[in-house]
Write a protein that binds this ligand. Structure first.
Ligand code: SF4
Length: 449
Protein backbone atom coordinates (compact mmCIF):
# COMPACT_ATOMS: atom_id res chain seq x y z
CA UNK A 1 0.00 0.00 0.00
CA UNK A 2 1.19 3.51 -0.75
CA UNK A 3 1.94 5.70 2.24
CA UNK A 4 -0.01 8.89 2.96
CA UNK A 5 1.67 12.27 3.11
CA UNK A 6 1.50 12.25 6.90
CA UNK A 7 3.05 8.77 7.12
CA UNK A 8 5.88 9.89 4.88
CA UNK A 9 6.35 13.10 6.86
CA UNK A 10 6.92 11.10 10.05
CA UNK A 11 9.91 9.40 8.39
CA UNK A 12 11.56 12.60 7.12
CA UNK A 13 14.20 14.56 9.09
CA UNK A 14 11.71 17.41 9.72
CA UNK A 15 14.36 20.15 9.54
CA UNK A 16 12.64 22.16 6.81
CA UNK A 17 16.06 22.83 5.28
CA UNK A 18 14.57 23.30 1.77
CA UNK A 19 17.40 21.31 0.09
CA UNK A 20 14.78 19.25 -1.71
CA UNK A 21 13.36 22.33 -3.42
CA UNK A 22 10.24 22.41 -1.26
CA UNK A 23 9.68 24.93 1.56
CA UNK A 24 8.98 22.31 4.25
CA UNK A 25 9.34 18.60 4.88
CA UNK A 26 5.54 18.38 4.93
CA UNK A 27 5.27 19.96 1.48
CA UNK A 28 7.84 17.47 0.20
CA UNK A 29 6.00 14.58 1.85
CA UNK A 30 2.72 15.54 0.19
CA UNK A 31 4.38 15.80 -3.22
CA UNK A 32 6.12 12.45 -2.69
CA UNK A 33 2.82 10.82 -1.76
CA UNK A 34 1.27 12.25 -4.92
CA UNK A 35 4.10 10.83 -7.03
CA UNK A 36 5.22 14.34 -8.01
CA UNK A 37 8.57 14.28 -6.23
CA UNK A 38 11.33 11.74 -5.86
CA UNK A 39 12.83 10.53 -2.62
CA UNK A 40 16.32 11.23 -3.96
CA UNK A 41 15.51 14.95 -3.80
CA UNK A 42 15.97 14.81 -0.01
CA UNK A 43 19.67 14.16 0.65
CA UNK A 44 19.15 13.85 4.41
CA UNK A 45 16.77 10.91 4.66
CA UNK A 46 18.21 7.97 6.65
CA UNK A 47 18.80 4.56 5.11
CA UNK A 48 16.19 3.04 7.37
CA UNK A 49 13.60 5.64 6.44
CA UNK A 50 14.53 5.27 2.76
CA UNK A 51 13.81 1.56 2.96
CA UNK A 52 10.44 2.20 4.60
CA UNK A 53 9.61 4.85 2.06
CA UNK A 54 10.39 2.53 -0.83
CA UNK A 55 6.77 1.91 -1.73
CA UNK A 56 5.87 5.59 -1.62
CA UNK A 57 8.99 6.58 -3.51
CA UNK A 58 8.41 4.14 -6.36
CA UNK A 59 6.79 5.83 -9.34
CA UNK A 60 3.13 4.87 -9.76
CA UNK A 61 3.97 3.44 -13.18
CA UNK A 62 6.98 1.16 -12.92
CA UNK A 63 10.05 1.68 -15.06
CA UNK A 64 10.70 -0.98 -17.71
CA UNK A 65 13.67 -1.13 -20.07
CA UNK A 66 13.65 -3.25 -23.21
CA UNK A 67 16.93 -3.76 -25.03
CA UNK A 68 20.40 -2.62 -24.09
CA UNK A 69 22.88 -0.03 -25.29
CA UNK A 70 21.96 2.87 -27.55
CA UNK A 71 18.81 1.17 -28.87
CA UNK A 72 17.37 0.45 -25.42
CA UNK A 73 13.86 1.75 -24.82
CA UNK A 74 12.82 2.80 -21.32
CA UNK A 75 9.13 3.32 -20.59
CA UNK A 76 7.04 3.90 -17.48
CA UNK A 77 8.04 6.11 -14.53
CA UNK A 78 5.09 8.34 -15.37
CA UNK A 79 3.64 10.41 -12.56
CA UNK A 80 0.95 12.56 -14.22
CA UNK A 81 -2.11 12.17 -16.40
CA UNK A 82 -1.57 15.37 -18.33
CA UNK A 83 1.70 16.77 -19.58
CA UNK A 84 1.05 20.28 -18.27
CA UNK A 85 0.91 18.92 -14.70
CA UNK A 86 4.66 18.23 -14.84
CA UNK A 87 5.93 16.31 -17.86
CA UNK A 88 5.73 12.89 -19.48
CA UNK A 89 8.92 11.01 -18.70
CA UNK A 90 9.46 8.60 -21.60
CA UNK A 91 8.08 8.63 -25.13
CA UNK A 92 6.66 5.31 -26.32
CA UNK A 93 9.01 2.94 -28.08
CA UNK A 94 8.01 1.84 -31.57
CA UNK A 95 8.46 -1.78 -32.61
CA UNK A 96 8.36 -3.26 -36.10
CA UNK A 97 6.28 -6.46 -36.15
CA UNK A 98 7.61 -9.43 -38.13
CA UNK A 99 5.54 -12.61 -38.05
CA UNK A 100 5.68 -16.00 -39.74
CA UNK A 101 4.06 -14.62 -42.92
CA UNK A 102 7.36 -12.88 -43.67
CA UNK A 103 9.85 -15.07 -45.56
CA UNK A 104 13.60 -14.86 -45.04
CA UNK A 105 14.20 -12.60 -48.03
CA UNK A 106 11.59 -10.12 -46.82
CA UNK A 107 12.95 -10.40 -43.29
CA UNK A 108 16.38 -9.33 -44.50
CA UNK A 109 14.79 -6.39 -46.37
CA UNK A 110 13.01 -5.32 -43.19
CA UNK A 111 16.25 -5.51 -41.22
CA UNK A 112 17.94 -3.33 -43.82
CA UNK A 113 15.05 -0.87 -43.77
CA UNK A 114 15.12 -0.76 -39.98
CA UNK A 115 18.85 -0.08 -39.91
CA UNK A 116 18.66 2.69 -42.48
CA UNK A 117 15.58 4.43 -41.19
CA UNK A 118 16.30 7.30 -38.87
CA UNK A 119 15.28 10.93 -38.98
CA UNK A 120 17.10 14.02 -37.78
CA UNK A 121 14.74 16.67 -36.46
CA UNK A 122 15.63 19.75 -34.39
CA UNK A 123 18.91 18.17 -33.44
CA UNK A 124 17.45 14.85 -32.28
CA UNK A 125 17.66 11.47 -33.98
CA UNK A 126 14.21 9.89 -34.20
CA UNK A 127 13.69 6.21 -35.01
CA UNK A 128 11.97 2.94 -34.16
CA UNK A 129 14.21 1.06 -31.74
CA UNK A 130 12.46 -2.28 -31.28
CA UNK A 131 11.80 -5.39 -33.34
CA UNK A 132 8.77 -7.52 -32.44
CA UNK A 133 9.27 -11.07 -33.68
CA UNK A 134 6.27 -13.41 -33.61
CA UNK A 135 6.52 -17.10 -34.38
CA UNK A 136 5.11 -20.46 -33.40
CA UNK A 137 8.33 -22.09 -34.58
CA UNK A 138 10.95 -22.16 -31.82
CA UNK A 139 13.86 -22.53 -34.23
CA UNK A 140 12.76 -19.67 -36.45
CA UNK A 141 12.05 -17.34 -33.51
CA UNK A 142 15.48 -18.01 -32.00
CA UNK A 143 17.31 -17.64 -35.32
CA UNK A 144 15.54 -14.42 -36.26
CA UNK A 145 15.99 -12.95 -32.78
CA UNK A 146 19.71 -13.58 -32.97
CA UNK A 147 19.96 -12.16 -36.48
CA UNK A 148 17.90 -9.07 -35.65
CA UNK A 149 19.96 -8.43 -32.54
CA UNK A 150 23.31 -8.90 -34.30
CA UNK A 151 22.44 -6.82 -37.35
CA UNK A 152 20.51 -3.96 -35.76
CA UNK A 153 21.20 -3.91 -32.03
CA UNK A 154 17.45 -3.32 -31.65
CA UNK A 155 15.60 -4.23 -28.49
CA UNK A 156 13.47 -7.31 -29.09
CA UNK A 157 9.88 -8.21 -28.30
CA UNK A 158 9.72 -12.02 -28.51
CA UNK A 159 6.17 -13.20 -29.20
CA UNK A 160 5.04 -16.79 -29.01
CA UNK A 161 2.37 -18.86 -27.33
CA UNK A 162 5.01 -21.57 -26.89
CA UNK A 163 6.97 -20.90 -23.71
CA UNK A 164 9.69 -23.24 -24.95
CA UNK A 165 10.11 -21.03 -28.01
CA UNK A 166 10.38 -17.96 -25.79
CA UNK A 167 13.02 -19.70 -23.70
CA UNK A 168 15.04 -20.79 -26.76
CA UNK A 169 15.00 -17.29 -28.25
CA UNK A 170 15.50 -15.30 -25.05
CA UNK A 171 18.17 -17.36 -23.27
CA UNK A 172 21.15 -16.46 -25.50
CA UNK A 173 20.02 -12.83 -25.62
CA UNK A 174 19.06 -12.33 -21.98
CA UNK A 175 21.75 -9.69 -21.45
CA UNK A 176 20.08 -7.54 -24.08
CA UNK A 177 16.79 -7.61 -22.14
CA UNK A 178 14.23 -8.87 -24.67
CA UNK A 179 10.57 -8.43 -23.72
CA UNK A 180 8.70 -11.75 -23.48
CA UNK A 181 5.17 -11.77 -24.88
CA UNK A 182 3.08 -12.90 -23.12
CA UNK A 183 2.02 -14.30 -19.75
CA UNK A 184 -1.70 -14.96 -19.35
CA UNK A 185 -3.89 -16.74 -16.84
CA UNK A 186 -2.97 -20.11 -18.37
CA UNK A 187 0.83 -19.82 -18.48
CA UNK A 188 1.54 -17.10 -15.92
CA UNK A 189 3.72 -19.23 -13.68
CA UNK A 190 5.81 -20.57 -16.57
CA UNK A 191 6.41 -17.22 -18.27
CA UNK A 192 6.95 -15.22 -15.09
CA UNK A 193 9.42 -17.86 -13.86
CA UNK A 194 11.29 -17.66 -17.15
CA UNK A 195 11.37 -13.86 -16.96
CA UNK A 196 12.64 -14.01 -13.38
CA UNK A 197 15.27 -16.62 -14.24
CA UNK A 198 16.60 -14.59 -17.20
CA UNK A 199 16.04 -11.18 -15.50
CA UNK A 200 14.12 -9.90 -18.51
CA UNK A 201 10.84 -7.96 -18.74
CA UNK A 202 7.62 -9.64 -19.77
CA UNK A 203 4.11 -8.79 -20.91
CA UNK A 204 1.06 -9.77 -18.88
CA UNK A 205 -2.15 -10.01 -20.89
CA UNK A 206 -5.79 -10.55 -19.97
CA UNK A 207 -9.09 -9.92 -21.74
CA UNK A 208 -10.53 -7.78 -18.94
CA UNK A 209 -9.08 -5.08 -16.73
CA UNK A 210 -10.11 -6.98 -13.60
CA UNK A 211 -8.13 -10.04 -14.68
CA UNK A 212 -5.24 -7.87 -15.81
CA UNK A 213 -5.12 -6.12 -12.44
CA UNK A 214 -5.16 -9.53 -10.74
CA UNK A 215 -2.16 -10.74 -12.74
CA UNK A 216 -0.37 -7.42 -12.23
CA UNK A 217 -0.91 -7.71 -8.49
CA UNK A 218 0.57 -11.23 -8.59
CA UNK A 219 3.65 -9.72 -10.24
CA UNK A 220 3.89 -7.00 -7.60
CA UNK A 221 3.56 -9.52 -4.75
CA UNK A 222 6.29 -11.65 -6.35
CA UNK A 223 8.57 -8.61 -6.64
CA UNK A 224 8.42 -8.64 -10.44
CA UNK A 225 8.61 -5.01 -11.49
CA UNK A 226 9.67 -5.19 -15.15
CA UNK A 227 6.16 -5.89 -16.42
CA UNK A 228 4.19 -4.52 -19.37
CA UNK A 229 0.38 -4.73 -19.59
CA UNK A 230 -1.73 -5.82 -22.56
CA UNK A 231 -5.50 -5.44 -22.06
CA UNK A 232 -6.24 -7.19 -25.40
CA UNK A 233 -8.77 -4.64 -26.70
CA UNK A 234 -10.96 -5.52 -29.69
CA UNK A 235 -11.67 -1.98 -30.87
CA UNK A 236 -10.00 1.42 -30.71
CA UNK A 237 -12.69 2.56 -28.28
CA UNK A 238 -11.91 -0.33 -25.94
CA UNK A 239 -8.21 0.39 -26.26
CA UNK A 240 -8.62 4.07 -25.44
CA UNK A 241 -10.82 3.23 -22.46
CA UNK A 242 -8.33 0.64 -21.18
CA UNK A 243 -5.27 2.85 -21.61
CA UNK A 244 -6.98 5.74 -19.83
CA UNK A 245 -8.34 3.55 -17.04
CA UNK A 246 -4.97 1.91 -16.43
CA UNK A 247 -3.12 5.22 -16.27
CA UNK A 248 -5.75 6.82 -14.03
CA UNK A 249 -5.84 3.82 -11.71
CA UNK A 250 -2.05 3.81 -11.39
CA UNK A 251 -1.63 7.54 -10.86
CA UNK A 252 -4.75 8.62 -9.03
CA UNK A 253 -5.54 5.48 -7.03
CA UNK A 254 -2.07 3.92 -6.87
CA UNK A 255 -3.52 0.56 -7.94
CA UNK A 256 -0.39 -1.54 -7.76
CA UNK A 257 -1.57 -4.25 -10.16
CA UNK A 258 -2.04 -1.67 -12.92
CA UNK A 259 1.07 0.34 -12.13
CA UNK A 260 3.01 -0.79 -15.19
CA UNK A 261 3.49 0.57 -18.72
CA UNK A 262 1.35 -0.82 -21.53
CA UNK A 263 1.82 -2.29 -24.99
CA UNK A 264 -0.47 -1.54 -27.94
CA UNK A 265 -1.04 -3.13 -31.33
CA UNK A 266 -2.87 -0.70 -33.63
CA UNK A 267 -2.66 -3.26 -36.45
CA UNK A 268 -4.94 -5.60 -34.50
CA UNK A 269 -7.71 -2.99 -34.41
CA UNK A 270 -8.09 -2.27 -38.11
CA UNK A 271 -7.17 -3.75 -41.48
CA UNK A 272 -7.13 -0.34 -43.13
CA UNK A 273 -3.46 0.56 -43.75
CA UNK A 274 -4.30 4.26 -43.65
CA UNK A 275 -6.06 4.00 -40.31
CA UNK A 276 -3.26 2.07 -38.61
CA UNK A 277 -0.96 5.09 -38.12
CA UNK A 278 -3.99 7.14 -37.04
CA UNK A 279 -4.77 4.54 -34.39
CA UNK A 280 -1.10 4.49 -33.43
CA UNK A 281 -1.25 8.25 -32.88
CA UNK A 282 -4.03 7.69 -30.34
CA UNK A 283 -1.69 5.42 -28.39
CA UNK A 284 1.07 8.03 -28.52
CA UNK A 285 -1.26 10.43 -26.77
CA UNK A 286 -3.04 7.93 -24.47
CA UNK A 287 -0.78 6.31 -23.02
CA UNK A 288 1.03 3.34 -24.50
CA UNK A 289 4.59 2.52 -23.50
CA UNK A 290 5.35 0.32 -26.52
CA UNK A 291 3.53 0.58 -29.84
CA UNK A 292 3.92 -2.32 -32.27
CA UNK A 293 3.61 -1.26 -35.91
CA UNK A 294 2.96 -3.43 -38.96
CA UNK A 295 4.95 -1.18 -41.24
CA UNK A 296 8.02 1.02 -41.20
CA UNK A 297 6.74 3.11 -44.09
CA UNK A 298 8.44 6.47 -43.41
CA UNK A 299 5.23 8.27 -44.39
CA UNK A 300 3.63 6.59 -41.37
CA UNK A 301 6.54 6.43 -38.96
CA UNK A 302 7.89 9.97 -39.26
CA UNK A 303 4.60 11.70 -38.29
CA UNK A 304 4.34 9.40 -35.29
CA UNK A 305 7.89 10.13 -34.19
CA UNK A 306 7.31 13.87 -34.60
CA UNK A 307 4.09 13.59 -32.59
CA UNK A 308 6.06 11.85 -29.84
CA UNK A 309 8.70 14.52 -29.92
CA UNK A 310 6.09 17.24 -29.57
CA UNK A 311 4.15 15.60 -26.75
CA UNK A 312 7.06 14.24 -24.77
CA UNK A 313 9.09 17.44 -24.69
CA UNK A 314 9.29 18.78 -21.15
CA UNK A 315 7.02 21.86 -21.23
CA UNK A 316 9.10 23.42 -18.45
CA UNK A 317 12.25 23.16 -20.53
CA UNK A 318 11.87 24.37 -24.09
CA UNK A 319 14.37 22.85 -26.47
CA UNK A 320 17.10 25.41 -26.79
CA UNK A 321 20.24 26.08 -28.77
CA UNK A 322 23.39 27.54 -27.28
CA UNK A 323 23.72 31.26 -27.73
CA UNK A 324 26.40 32.16 -30.26
CA UNK A 325 27.46 32.65 -33.85
CA UNK A 326 26.52 29.91 -36.31
CA UNK A 327 28.36 30.04 -39.66
CA UNK A 328 26.30 28.59 -42.50
CA UNK A 329 27.58 27.83 -46.02
CA UNK A 330 31.14 28.90 -45.15
CA UNK A 331 30.59 32.66 -44.71
CA UNK A 332 33.23 35.36 -45.16
CA UNK A 333 33.78 38.96 -44.11
CA UNK A 334 31.13 40.33 -46.50
CA UNK A 335 28.48 37.73 -45.76
CA UNK A 336 25.10 38.82 -44.39
CA UNK A 337 24.49 38.66 -40.63
CA UNK A 338 21.09 37.49 -39.43
CA UNK A 339 19.80 37.15 -35.90
CA UNK A 340 17.15 34.94 -34.34
CA UNK A 341 16.23 33.42 -30.98
CA UNK A 342 17.48 30.18 -29.43
CA UNK A 343 14.21 28.17 -29.52
CA UNK A 344 15.38 24.98 -31.24
CA UNK A 345 12.50 24.82 -33.67
CA UNK A 346 13.10 28.43 -34.68
CA UNK A 347 16.84 27.83 -35.08
CA UNK A 348 16.52 24.68 -37.16
CA UNK A 349 13.83 26.21 -39.36
CA UNK A 350 15.85 29.36 -40.01
CA UNK A 351 19.18 27.55 -40.33
CA UNK A 352 17.65 25.03 -42.73
CA UNK A 353 16.34 27.76 -45.01
CA UNK A 354 19.61 29.70 -44.90
CA UNK A 355 21.46 26.52 -45.78
CA UNK A 356 19.03 25.82 -48.60
CA UNK A 357 19.65 29.30 -50.01
CA UNK A 358 23.33 28.32 -50.47
CA UNK A 359 24.20 31.93 -49.54
CA UNK A 360 27.13 32.07 -47.09
CA UNK A 361 25.71 33.70 -43.96
CA UNK A 362 26.34 34.31 -40.27
CA UNK A 363 23.41 33.41 -38.04
CA UNK A 364 23.46 34.94 -34.57
CA UNK A 365 21.44 32.93 -32.09
CA UNK A 366 20.53 34.87 -28.99
CA UNK A 367 19.47 33.33 -25.69
CA UNK A 368 15.75 34.04 -25.35
CA UNK A 369 15.14 31.26 -22.80
CA UNK A 370 13.96 28.98 -25.57
CA UNK A 371 11.20 31.26 -26.85
CA UNK A 372 10.33 31.88 -30.47
CA UNK A 373 10.78 35.36 -31.93
CA UNK A 374 7.31 36.77 -31.30
CA UNK A 375 6.99 35.19 -27.86
CA UNK A 376 10.43 36.42 -26.85
CA UNK A 377 9.65 39.91 -28.10
CA UNK A 378 6.35 39.95 -26.17
CA UNK A 379 8.17 38.68 -23.07
CA UNK A 380 10.83 41.38 -23.31
CA UNK A 381 13.60 38.88 -24.10
CA UNK A 382 14.17 39.79 -27.76
CA UNK A 383 14.24 43.55 -27.51
CA UNK A 384 16.72 46.24 -28.43
CA UNK A 385 18.42 46.67 -25.07
CA UNK A 386 18.98 42.90 -24.83
CA UNK A 387 20.01 42.32 -28.45
CA UNK A 388 22.48 45.21 -28.70
CA UNK A 389 24.85 44.03 -25.92
CA UNK A 390 24.74 40.50 -27.35
CA UNK A 391 25.67 41.68 -30.86
CA UNK A 392 28.46 43.82 -29.46
CA UNK A 393 29.94 41.07 -27.29
CA UNK A 394 29.36 37.91 -29.35
CA UNK A 395 32.38 38.47 -31.58
CA UNK A 396 30.65 39.05 -34.90
CA UNK A 397 32.36 42.44 -35.26
CA UNK A 398 35.69 40.62 -35.60
CA UNK A 399 34.32 38.33 -38.29
CA UNK A 400 32.77 40.82 -40.75
CA UNK A 401 33.87 44.12 -42.29
CA UNK A 402 30.36 45.55 -42.63
CA UNK A 403 27.94 46.62 -39.90
CA UNK A 404 24.57 45.45 -41.20
CA UNK A 405 22.28 43.05 -39.37
CA UNK A 406 19.05 41.45 -40.57
CA UNK A 407 16.36 41.00 -37.92
CA UNK A 408 13.23 38.82 -38.28
CA UNK A 409 10.30 40.55 -39.95
CA UNK A 410 8.15 39.78 -36.92
CA UNK A 411 10.47 41.97 -34.82
CA UNK A 412 10.21 44.98 -37.13
CA UNK A 413 8.97 47.10 -34.21
CA UNK A 414 12.41 47.09 -32.58
CA UNK A 415 14.42 48.15 -35.64
CA UNK A 416 14.68 51.86 -34.82
CA UNK A 417 15.47 51.37 -31.16
CA UNK A 418 17.98 48.62 -31.95
CA UNK A 419 19.78 50.84 -34.45
CA UNK A 420 20.04 53.52 -31.77
CA UNK A 421 21.36 51.02 -29.22
CA UNK A 422 23.87 49.52 -31.67
CA UNK A 423 25.24 52.85 -32.82
CA UNK A 424 27.37 51.96 -35.83
CA UNK A 425 25.17 49.11 -37.12
CA UNK A 426 22.43 49.39 -39.71
CA UNK A 427 19.37 47.30 -38.87
CA UNK A 428 17.54 45.72 -41.79
CA UNK A 429 14.08 44.20 -41.36
CA UNK A 430 14.07 40.81 -43.03
CA UNK A 431 11.28 38.43 -43.97
CA UNK A 432 8.58 37.26 -41.58
CA UNK A 433 8.52 33.63 -42.66
CA UNK A 434 11.64 31.48 -42.74
CA UNK A 435 10.40 29.88 -45.96
CA UNK A 436 10.99 33.21 -47.71
CA UNK A 437 14.64 33.36 -46.64
CA UNK A 438 16.23 31.61 -49.65
CA UNK A 439 14.72 34.06 -52.13
CA UNK A 440 15.50 36.99 -49.82
CA UNK A 441 19.13 36.00 -49.30
CA UNK A 442 19.79 35.28 -52.97
CA UNK A 443 18.66 38.83 -53.76
CA UNK A 444 20.52 40.33 -50.80
CA UNK A 445 23.41 42.66 -51.71
CA UNK A 446 25.54 43.73 -48.77
CA UNK A 447 26.83 46.80 -50.62
CA UNK A 448 23.37 48.26 -51.26
CA UNK A 449 21.41 46.85 -48.33
FE1 SF4 B 1 12.90 18.15 4.74
FE2 SF4 B 1 14.63 16.66 3.34
FE3 SF4 B 1 13.33 18.66 2.15
FE4 SF4 B 1 15.22 19.21 3.98
S1 SF4 B 1 15.54 18.20 1.99
S2 SF4 B 1 13.17 20.15 3.76
S3 SF4 B 1 14.95 17.52 5.38
S4 SF4 B 1 12.44 16.82 3.01
Amino acid sequence: MALSGLQIFKLLPKTNCKDCGFPTCMAFALQLAAGKAELAQCPHVSDQAAAELGAAAAPPVRKVTVGAGPMAVTVGEETVLYRHEKRFEHPPGFAMLVDDSVDDTRFQELLDTFKAQEFDRVGQVLRARLFALESGDAGRLAARALKAHEETGAGLVLMSSDVGALRAAATPLAASKPLLYAANAGNFDEVSSLAKELAVPFVVQAPSLEELEGLGEKCAVAGLTEVVLDSMPATLGDALRDQTFIRRAAIKKRVRGLGFPTIAFPGRLTDDPLLKPVFASVFVEKYAGIIVLDSLDPAQVLPLLVLCQNIYTDPQRPMQMDQGIYPINDPGRDSPVLITTNFSLTYFTVAGEVEASKVPSWLLVMDSEGMSVLTAWAAGKFVADAIAPFVKKCGIEEKVDHRKIVIPGYAAQISGELETELGDWKVIVGVREAADLPKYLRAFDITTA
